[in-house]
Design a protein around this ligand. Structure first.
Ligand code: FEO
Length: 406
């Protein structure tokens, strides 16, 4: 195993080192649950003429990055810092790094320069754009802007001599580990966390992912190593696998999976969710029932399931004339992530006014979900009501089967 040791850099290619930081404690990344922590990946390139640092780390991890750099060179020897992405988990320590090592230049995209100035109050970056190159001596850095993947400033850096693509947040995953390479970590965990990252960070920009993949291919970017900004990095066969997953996730073709998130007050909506799941299964689809309540099933876990689903059936009670709060939380979050090609339904129980289910139905339609129907039941569902919930699940499953078959 290529182990990350305290205070040491890890070589990933000839004259290229990982000098990032491991954050074992992170559990929330702006609303996205990260139970396995993360890493902030920085890279040191030692060319014959120029020494370059690509991306820095979140502010509290400055010392860790500097120790790792110091295991290879004196940090003051660094000539240039490249900022591929200006979000603070990668620039939080940028100004401190600039003050400590005094590089000749800091390079960022035009939007990156603006973001760095706006967030950090430091306006010293120079602008690079797609097609610009930097000769480090024996290694050439090619810059390619990837606007809105996933911020307006984002760009990647390609080093053809080593066939290393520094992909910033693209292909990132939140996984704290001492095993630097993805293939040295359990494959099921790597795929799960990569998919969860895509669903929660990248999914709204899926059209741009497809464009990026095509542009990279057309530009002859055929990496042997994809060095991202979070989690373990990819080499060899894993690179093709990840790029294939990215294309599949970006296309988001309907699948037979149906996600059924629900909340319940006295068990009635839960009974309906279970009946609906039976209907989904009997239509030949695969239900995934997810109980939502404070602390049970995070919104970002629902997003991960939705990424590879074709159906979304949402169950809500009515509380104070509205959908249940945790359902509103999940739906608002999912709407922002713009999942495409979904068939859905709303169902639930109410006591006397019953606004929750119609609100959810309207919200799903507003998200672009094809709503098959809604089902609103007063108080405790009886046999006929549960049969109707079963039927609703069956109809969602059937509609997905039609779409997949057509
Ligand atoms: Fe890893 Fe967009 O920050």
């Amino acid at each position: 195993m290529t182990e990350i040791r305290p205070c040491h850099a890890v070589q990933i290619a000839e004259n290229i080192w990982w000098v990032g930081a491991i954050d074992w404690s992170l559990r929330d990344f702006h609303g996205y649950s990260t139970p396995r922590g993360t890493t902030y990946n920085s890279y040191l390139l030692i060319g014959e003429d120029r020494k370059i640092l690509i991306d820095t780390v979140k502010a509290p991890y400055f010392d860790e990055m500097m120790h790792r750099i110091s295991s290879v060179i004196d940090p003051s020897e660094i000539d240039i810092i490249v900022s591929n992405h200006s979000e603070m988990d990668h620039t939080g320590s940028l100004v401190r790094t600039v003050e400590a090592i005094k590089p000749e230049r800091v390079l960022a995209s035009a939007m990156g320069k603006k973001h760095i100035a706006a967030q950090l109050g430091w306006d010293g970056a120079e602008v690079v754009k797609s097609g610009d190159t930097l000769d480090a001596g024996g290694m050439t850095l090619h810059f390619m802007e990837t606007r809105m993947l996933h911020w307006p400033d984002s760009m990647v850096t390609w080093v053809p001599e080593r066939r290393v693509l520094f992909s910033q947040d693209i292909t990132g995953l939140h996984l704290a580990t001492r095993a630097l390479w993805a293939d040295e970590n359990p494959s099921d965990i790597v795929r799960y966390e990569l998919a969860k990252y895509y669903a929660n960070i990248v999914m709204p920009y899926s059209a741009l992912v497809l464009r990026f993949l095509d542009q990279a291919e057309a530009a002859g970017i055929t990496p042997e190593v994809v060095a991202n900004d979070h989690g373990p990095i990819f080499r060899g066969d894993y690179v093709a696998k990840v790029l294939t997953w990215y294309r599949e996730w970006a296309l988001k073709k309907p699948t037979r999976r149906v996600v059924i998130p629900y909340a319940t007050m006295w068990g009635s909506t839960e009974k309906m969710a279970r009946a609906a799941a039976e209907g989904v299964a009997n239509a030949g689809c695969e239900p995934k029932v997810m109980a939502l309540a404070n602390g049970i099933t995070h919104r970002s876990d629902v997003a991960e399931r939705v990424l590879e689903a074709g159906g979304l059936m949402v169950g809500t009670p009515t509380l104070n004339n509205h959908m249940f709060p945790v359902i509103a939380d999940v739906l608002m979050y999912l709407k922002g992530l713009k999942p495409r090609n979904m068939v859905g339904a709303a169902f639930g129980s109410y006591g006397w006014s019953g606004e929750g289910v119609p609100h959810v139905g309207e919200f799903l339609e507003g998200m672009g979900v094809e709503v098959v129907d809604t089902l609103n039941v007063r108080f405790v569902p009886g046999e006929e009501d549960l049969a109707a919930a079963y039927e609703l699940g069956y109809r969602v499953g059937q509609r997905i089967q039609e779409l997949i078959g057509s």
